[in-house]
Design a protein around this ligand. Sequence first.
Ligand code: V47
Length: 372
Amino acid sequence: MITLSPASERAVDRAGLQAIAAKVLASERLSFDDGLTLLESSELAAVGALANLARERRHGDLTWFNRNLHINATNVCEASCIFCSFARLKTGDPAAYTMSLEEAVGRLRALRHQFVTEVHIVNGLNPDLPFSYYTDLLQALKAERPDLHIKGFTAVEIHYYAEKYSMTYADVLTALRDAGLGSMPGGGAEIFAARARKKLCNDKVDTEGWLQVHRTAHQLGMRSNCTMLYGSIERPAERIDHMVRLRELQDETGGFQTFIPLKFHNEGNRLAKIQEPTDADSLKTLAVSRLMLDNIGHIKAYWPMLGVQLAQLSLGFGVDDLDGTVREERIYHMAGAKTPQELTRAELVALIRRAGRIPVERDTLYRVVAEA
Ligand code: V47
């Protein structure tokens, strides 16, 4: 049985977290108040030790990653999310772009001698494209690389297409799946609590809609991820509320694979005055996520926005997944992320080993590709 070390037990005692620790040790579900107590505790070591216990109980030392690339086919976007540095553009603006099918396929063709298993596609809400642009894009990418899993289109995009093209969520998802979509990423969740969501992104899908898109995808047999944008204007209780809502949907469908807390970056957007979260806050948020989301398999540290070193440290704070090699990421790099454009497989393997963990290369659906 996995237990706490004497040093961790002392940290738990110092923090007054004995009752919560007893629940964690007994694999009992934590309440909203437990989550808030953990998030507001200043004993990072205690919270981290509890999350590490939950992580090791599930995964031992295994740490998952994949080889993937990102395609953002268009940055033209009707929405006006105040934290976004990537979009808010109209077709014809100097920085606006929309890839032709040839350009998008060219990205894959350029990698034809490289081993990648996944392409991650997230786009702006572009009012000037027909729905067939997306189905054609998927078909063209699949024709070029039938072996690649396409994880694409956030719930925000699915909702936008449903409204714009007068389709149901199921219609949109089925059409995209028939064209080659394999699963959905977790973006666009931001913060579910109405107070914060209204300020952050008033004009995109609301919380119920976001959850309903994922519920529909799960009912159609698709897996998806979920995210939370933390460190902007939300309150601690709103982070916990967000986790509880995801946990409730997961109880219902079981379709989420991974939870990814996304650290707020403040460059190039309208929240430049807000300080970015501290590293301690990031580690605690990841740890609390592991403890609260007892029904979601994986907690992912997305290194392009967290930073490579902090992502590595987080492997001792509940995290078991480091996303992947991530070629050509744009969303965070336009928001001031200083991380590299790509990590090689060897770099990922080395940084996982140096944290004392065992790297496992996976595909998008967490099937083992190779133990490194
Ligand atoms: O929804 C945008 C976030 C998300 C900023 O599912 C920002 O495997 C911080 O969803 N500061 C899109 N965050 C990215 C995303 C994602 C990334 C990696 C893996 C997966 C997955 C999904 O990026 C948006 C938004 O929450 N975001 N701008 C910013 N300035």
